[in-house]
Design a protein around this ligand. Sequence first.
Ligand SMILES: Cc1ncc(COP(=O)(O)O)c(C=O)c1O
Length: 340
Amino acid sequence: MTLYDQPRLELGSWPTPLVRASRLEARLGLGPLLIKRDDLSGFALAGSKARPLEYLLGDAMAHGHDTLVVGGAAGSNFCQGAAVAARAGGLGCHIVLPGHPPPPTAANLAMAVASGAQLSFSGGPREQLDDRIRDRAGELNHDGRSAVAIPRGGANAIGSLGFARAAQELAEQLAAEGHERARIVMAVGSGASIAGLFVGASQLDARWRLTGVSVSRPRATLIPHVRTLISGCAGELGVAMPNPATLKLNQGPGGLHGDSHSTSNERAAAVLALETEGLVLDCDYTAAAFVVALRQLAIEGPPVVFWHTGGLAGAISSYVTSGAGFAASCTGDRTSGITS
Ligand SMILES: Cc1ncc(COP(=O)(O)O)c(C=O)c1O
């Protein structure tokens, strides 16, 4: 089946813009640096997560399901997007949170609850959520619902199709800008986005170097996980599996979120993006990838595309909780430590 035959519920506003970061280029004396603005996907606060959700909702509706069962931390952008997307498709949503009640305060969870999502708690760590999501879907089905279990981050073969489609979108935009080659840098959590993009790019024979910046899983466990997603995505599209050795997966510069706070490099990158380009980056995902994108620009050369995946709710929370301390924690030259 091709990407265009798969059931899909359109949620976002596509294509998202591809823009030159000219003020930042001038500040760094480097470029071209392009930003793929999935923060402007136009669906709730879902950012790039609107892409997998379009296929996940389409598939759930085509199979007659009435409930999505998803899971993640309270701050999960995916769970928030899934809860709102379920409403857009006329479905219910159930979110399994790690640990025990009460849930931590988070803007994303608040929006999910406001859109009617039901919550339950796994009693265990985030790493074991996928099993609990399946269990919860089983219980709901036993009670007469038609629930579909969706793994963390929407990371299954269907979810990965969203970014396989995004490859086509970017290819057209880069061609219009006259760029045949590009280095593309994106934050990686569950791996569905980078896996889909990799399959989509391979199908197009795109001359891109893709770098995924892992922010929530150790690289050693991420690599086999992403390979499984690449294989699932290729299988769903009925195409040969591309050689995953050409996909670069790096550990994020600030370690893994949830285990540590953002580093001063990430905060400096977030403030730099805000003051030069008016780009809002969150410290969990997008600032980590932005640091790597700027390093690639400085060390490996242009053009670099930084895929801005969103994370707006988390970004606002960081500014609210640290107030003036956020910018104050990175006074001085914001570019030192990033590009060298
Ligand atoms: C803002 C943001 N960027 C990047 C990602 C990573 O996407 P994936 O889970 O597909 O690897 C996420 C995942 O939740 C996200 O919320």
